[in-house]
Design a protein around this ligand. Structure first.
Ligand code: TGC
Ligand code: FAD
Length: 401
């Protein structure tokens, strides 16, 4: 199959993948090339999420792609990562949407849900008929979600939820929100340490009275993705909407590992787009002696840096993905991949923009859009500095949070 984008592979990375992994990547690449690339600059300008793409994304099996059963594609974690790479080559906003649907909503239902919850929600979410969002962050608790104030209180066979969530991807387009809230022990909080408040997950249908979502406007980043604040005021849900196997802050953090793994691959896609654009431009653009700017050593130094860092990022993501597939990965390894690869992509975007000179600031090219998107990617799912501290804690045994 021939696509305008041929991939970026300096070190024979393709040979490290199996047929299923290459097939998943190529399917995502073709979808992004055919459906997203032609409309993404317009979506970005308008601040519009391309919702019309959702049904086809469901048909192609992109939602919950690394989950098994319940109409999910059952891909390996590496194949799933390669799909995220292709989505983010298109736009971080669309990759974010898929990450949230898959890693932050379907994964917790799959991992912590009852059989009834799984049978109902997972097939509907795999097809894209139902959309989800993940409410962990609050206005006063971002890097430190353990401080959350959202509460669930049990009354008869219902829970009543109160609280505010902030910066929630897909908040106002979701049919269901996975809401993380503190619960008293006597209300179903299972605290093995004897404490009284335990963080647990709840499935909150967004049409319940007392639930509202308000979109964040004026974003310079992830403009093709919906970001919302959520308000829960005496929202009553049936007790059976509790995710029965969730218990403690560890549960939402396990979901973050899934999403951070996807981001470590996605960032490579954004970097590939920037590198590919800058390489082509530098071979075309002539300055001085009527020769392409690619003939100058300072431009070659930038291209060499980019292709080296992209290649190293590919190997890191692949290794961590293989460890994940083997059940041997630690969350600190995923932190390293997320931190390194997002930093690498942001540096590539800045260098690529520089190579394009003035042309680099327009949306005739995708670079500035990627750069602005990556500023959010650097912050969400744990900031760069929080991942530094996670790695620091792992190597020293001392928490510096
Ligand atoms: P701490 O006491 O360290 O940990 C509590 C328990 O959890 C365990 N743990 C983890 N388990 C699984 N995966 C992880 N990544 C884990 N990190 C820690 C830990 O061992 C402990 O277990 P146990 O058995 O002893 O109870 O908790 P802490 O309150 O000190 O916080 C730790 C910290 C700072 C690392 C954590 O809170 C953190 O990661 N903060 C960053 C918050 C964050 O990333 N938020 C993301 C929100 S969602 C989002 O941004 C979506 S963006 C859209 C998109 O994905 O595209
Ligand atoms: P803060 O935690 O206030 O951090 C501010 C600065 O202080 C950062 O530089 C940080 O690194 C630093 N800092 C904090 N603590 C320490 C420390 N101990 N030591 C050193 N430095 C520290 N959340 C969800 O729950 N669901 C979503 O779907 C979701 N989607 C998002 C989409 C977008 C576009 C964005 C921007 C965010 C989204 N988030 C979501 C929230 C995201 O996870 C948080 O923004 C992130 O965790 C950081 O929290 P904060 O913004 O409150 O920053």
């Amino acid at each position: 199959m021939a696509y305008p984008f041929k991939g970026v592979d300096f070190i024979g990375f393709d040979a490290l993948l199996d047929d299923d992994e290459r097939m998943a990547r190529d399917m995502a690449r073709q979808f992004i090339e055919d459906k997203l690339i032609p409309i993404i600059e317009e979506c970005n300008r308008e601040g519009r999420f391309p919702r019309e793409l959702v049904p086809q994304m469901g048909q192609l099996g992109f939602f919950g792609a690394n989950l098994h059963g319940y109409n999910c594609a059952g891909m390996s974690n590496v194949a799933y990562g390669l799909v995220m790479q292709e989505f983010e080559r298109g736009d971080s906003g669309l990759r974010s949407f898929v990450s949230v649907q898959s890693a932050l909503v379907m994964y917790p239902i799959y991992t912590f849900g009852s059989e009834e919850q799984k049978n109902y929600w997972l097939p509907l979410m795999a097809s894209g008929e139902k959309l989800g969002c993940f409410g962990l962050t609050e206005p006063d608790f971002g890097s430190n979600p353990g401080g959350m104030r959202t509460r669930a209180v049990k009354e008869g066979d219902e829970y009543i939820l109160n609280g505010e969530k902030m910066w929630i991807t897909s908040g106002s387009i979701a049919d269901v929100a996975v809401i993380w809230a503190k619960v008293k022990e006597e209300d179903g909080g299972k605290n093995e340490d004897g404490g009284t408040d335990v963080v647990r997950g709840f499935l909150v249908e967004t049409n319940r009275p007392g639930f509202s979502a308000h979109d964040v406007h004026g974003k310079w980043s992830l403009r093709a993705s919906v970001t919302s604040g959520l308000s829960l005021q005496d929202v009553r849900i049936p007790a059976k909407n509790l995710l029965p196997r969730s218990g403690g802050l560890k549960s939402p953090l396990m979901c973050l590992n899934q999403a951070r793994h996807g981001i470590s691959w996605g960032a490579i896609g954004a970097a590939m787009s920037c590198y590919d654009t800058a390489l082509k431009y530098s071979l075309d653009r002539k300055q001085f002696r009527n020769e392409p700017i690619a003939s100058h050593q300072l431009i070659q130094e930038k291209l060499a840096w980019m292709i080296s860092e992209i290649s190293k990022a590919q190997l890191l993501a692949l290794h961590v993905g293989r460890m994940k597939d083997d059940g041997k990965v630690g969350h600190e390894h995923i932190s390293m991949a997320k931190r390194n690869n997002v930093w690498m992509a942001l540096e590539c975007a800045r260098m690529a923009r520089d190579i394009l000179g003035g042309a680099g600031i327009t949306d005739d090219f995708p670079i500035m859009r990627h750069m602005m998107n990556l500023e959010s990617v650097k912050t969400y799912e744990g900031t760069n500095d929080i991942h530094t501290l996670i790695i620091g804690q792992s190597v020293t045994g001392i928490s510096a949070f």
